[in-house]
Design a protein around this ligand. Structure first.
Ligand code: FAD
Ligand code: NAP
Length: 309
């Protein structure tokens, strides 16, 4: 029987583990289906984590977090939690390995995943020219032409990352101004090999048996279609929360969520179910920042201690 089970090993889960163990809980396990660190490990540069003066990659930023948590007794199990249920006061976590684990309190910190743009050819060519990770796949397009779809911080930052590797980067955005922060847009504007295709929708990703060969865009002003000859299409159009673990046998969620499936929490990261906490990208109104996810994790760790007392 665990005192506190943490589902997800990103900034929220790791920080919850640090605060819970350092705050005196003896039996805390963090379940992470991959390597700890979370989605930020896919980012090419972080420059807004407080106290971190040098611009670092996501991998570099997260490198020491697991080691620091383990020092205070956090256990890490590399396993997916496929289901979470509660009977009287006890939670049961069903693991990908088929085993069940019981816990007195739980934090769900499973974060978010890239949203699909819903464009023709996107699914067909995924992994064969279509990607959602520039750090992972950018190198395959060294000296070649690629397109980025989206207008938020991720699209703009990753377009800049790709511009340092690729010959030309087209950034296709459906409106005439970016959603990304002005600071990032200013940087984007300084790149001569980034071509901004604003007020255009992405109609189709085309290709053949070698992979992607182009992307068809349509002007919102003139309806004119044009094909950009690119070998890679990077899609960054937002994120969906990963909440499947909370789905019960009858199809309802274990705790209250909003219409987008984001978990409703209060300022102590408590959900509508006693002993169940949520934090990081999965919660309502998440600013989707490492520092905020870490803050949620700290609060959830402290709240779990109070709940168990
Ligand atoms: P995540 O980081 O998503 O971690 C969740 C973890 O849970 C994952 O490791 C996942 O494998 C695991 N998991 C999911 N489901 C299960 C399950 N069922 N069982 C076990 N494990 C599970 N933020 C900034 O502050 N600055 C930036 O510059 C910045 N740049 C970014 C660039 C990119 C490309 C991306 C994608 C994000 C960026 N962000 C940035 C946002 C930031 O990464 C997130 O807000 C933050 O990582 C959220 O942390 P989290 O712990 O809530 O979730
Ligand atoms: P986002 O901010 O939600 O932006 C998504 C972008 O994709 C928007 O420009 C949106 O257009 C566009 N879009 C959405 N659906 C589309 C579709 N079907 N087809 C074409 N375009 C579509 O997502 P994000 O950029 O991934 O960022 C997520 C969160 O992480 C944000 O809170 C962001 O600030 C944060 N983040 C922060 C940093 C940083 O701090 N440096 C870096 C990365 C991410 P519209 O603008 O028209 O809606």
């Amino acid at each position: 029987m665990l005192d506190f089970a943490i589902i997800g090993g990103g900034p929220a889960g790791l920080t919850a583990g640090l605060y819970a163990t350092r705050g005196g809980l003896a039996n805390v396990t963090m379940f992470e289906k991959g390597l700890p660190g979370g989605q930020i490990t896919q980012s090419s540069e972080i420059e807004n984590y407080p106290g971190q003066l040098e611009v670092v990659t996501g991998m570099e930023l997260m490198d020491k977090w697991p080691e620091q948590c383990k020092r205070f007794g956090l256990k890490h199990e590399m396993n997916e939690v496929t289901k979470l249920t509660k009977n009287s006061d006890i939670f049961t976590l069903t693991l990908g390995s088929g085993e069940n684990v019981e816990a007195k309190s739980v934090l769900i910190a499973t974060g978010s995943v890239p949203k699909a743009a819903g464009v023709k050819g996107e699914a067909e060519f995924f992994g064969r020219g279509v990607s959602t990770c520039a750090t992972c796949d950018g190198f395959f397009y060294k000296g070649k032409d690629v397109a980025v779809v989206g207008g938020g911080d991720t699209a703009v930052e990753e377009a800049i990352f790709l511009a340092n590797i690729c010959k030309t980067v087209y950034i296709i955005h459906r409106r005439d101004e970016f959603r990304a922060s002005p600071h990032e847009v200013e940087k984007l504007n300084s790149y001569k090999n980034i071509i901004q295709i604003l007020s255009h929708t992405t109609e189709e990703i085309i290709g053949d048996n070698t992979g992607v060969t182009g992307i068809i865009v349509k002007s919102k002003e003139t309806n004119e279609l044009k094909t950009l000859d690119v070998l890679g299409a990077f899609i960054f159009v937002g994120r969906d929360v990963l909440n499947q673990t909370l789905i019960q046998d009858d199809g309802t969620f274990l705790c209250d969520t909003n219409k987008s499936g984001e978990v409703i929490v209060d300022l102590k990261m408590k959900t509508s179910v006693d002993g169940l906490f949520a934090g990081g990208d999965i919660r309502i109104d998440a600013p989707k920042q490492v520092v905020c996810a870490a803050g949620d994790g700290a609060m959830a760790g402290i709240s779990a201690i109070a709940y168990l007392q």
